[in-house]
Design a protein around this ligand. Structure first.
Ligand SMILES: Nc1ncnc2c1ncn2[C@@H]1O[C@H](COP(=O)(O)OP(=O)(O)O)[C@@H](O)[C@H]1O
Ligand SMILES: [Mg+2]
Length: 269
């Protein structure tokens, strides 16, 4: 899986790195009179794997949208690898190694697994691959194959996306997020709707990612969070309610009263 190593451009970018992948200070996002998130202060270290828990409407997806630049926060600052990106558009954050997956699938259903990953890799590396097309095209094909292998889809690499199971489609979305040189990936409920077998596969893929790739994963299922994250941020009503290790959060009486006791409505948006 050496193809997932940090390429040159990301090494250059990391010269502006502090030790942290992500630092939010007092981030608030208003929708009219509604504060979807309020005064969020949060630090995720480089390579750290963090789960964000919280019931429906807690503000988890809005938090992601502010980090990616899909939304600009109403107030507060966001630093990515030490750099203040609060006013940067989404593509500038992507250039710095940020990726995300969405709750809603954005795959090209009429294309094969191979073609989807190929397009994502071309899009992520246009400058590097456009000049000497044949030679770099071979390198690109190798990279595509390795990304597909990293998400355990090699056996179906020629299948159309529309022929894949739901779980396989989610795996493919992870491959797309791995295109380019990601250093921090935001996963929005990747386990939602997966069967127990597919969940186990997802856990295996996430825990097998190279250690320089950190992630923040929105996850309702505490069992999944326990396995894929080393730290947990629990959100409630747009605020950070608790932070700790998965075990601390799971055993916290306030968390249990607030969240685990309401597992049924901690469902999916
Ligand atoms: N684009 C939007 N416009 C207006 N309100 C929004 C928008 N996105 C989210 N909200 C509101 O912000 C709150 C937090 O939503 P969201 O971040 O989607 O929560 P979660 O992902 O934790 O379920 C909810 O009350 C939701 O209705
Ligand atoms: Mg959401």
């Amino acid at each position: 899986m050496n193809v997932l190593a940090v390429p040159d451009s990301a090494e250059r970018m990391s010269s502006v790195s502090s030790g942290n992948a992500l630092e939010l200070r007092g981030v608030t996002k208003m929708f009219g009179a509604l504060a979807a998130i309020s005064d969020i202060t949060l630090t995720v270290g480089s390579g750290e794997r963090r789960a964000v828990l919280g019931s429906n409407g807690a503000g988890k997806t809005t938090l992601f949208n502010c980090v990616t630049g899909d939304f600009f926060p109403t107030s507060g600052t966001i630093r990515l690898f030490g750099e203040d990106v609060s006013n940067f558009p989404a593509y500038e954050r992507i250039r710095r190694g940020l990726r995300r997956t969405y709750q809603i699938s954005l795959l090209f259903g009429g294309l094969s697994v191979n073609d989807n990953v190929y397009l994502a890799c071309r899009g992520a590396s246009r400058g590097r691959f456009s000049l000497v097309r044949t030679r770099h095209n071979d390198a690109l094909r190798v990279r595509v194959a390795e990304l597909i292998e990293a998400v355990n889809l090699t056996e179906v690499s020629d299948a159309l996306v529309s022929e894949l199971s739901y779980g396989q489609q989610r795996q493919l979305e992870i491959a797309l997020a791995l295109a380019g040189a990601p250093r921090l990936i935001l996963f929005d409920e990747p386990a939602a709707g997966l069967s127990p077998t597919e969940r186990a596969e997802l856990i295996n893929i996430l825990t097998s990612l190279p250690s320089h790739i950190g992630y923040v994963i929105i996850e309702h299922d505490m069992d999944v969070a326990l396995r894929v994250a080393e730290s947990v941020t629990m959100m409630h009503n747009g605020r950070v309610f608790k932070e700790g290790t998965p075990e601390e959060i799971e055993n916290d009486p306030e968390v249990q009263a607030l969240y685990l006791g309401h597992g049924e409505d901690g469902g999916h948006a």
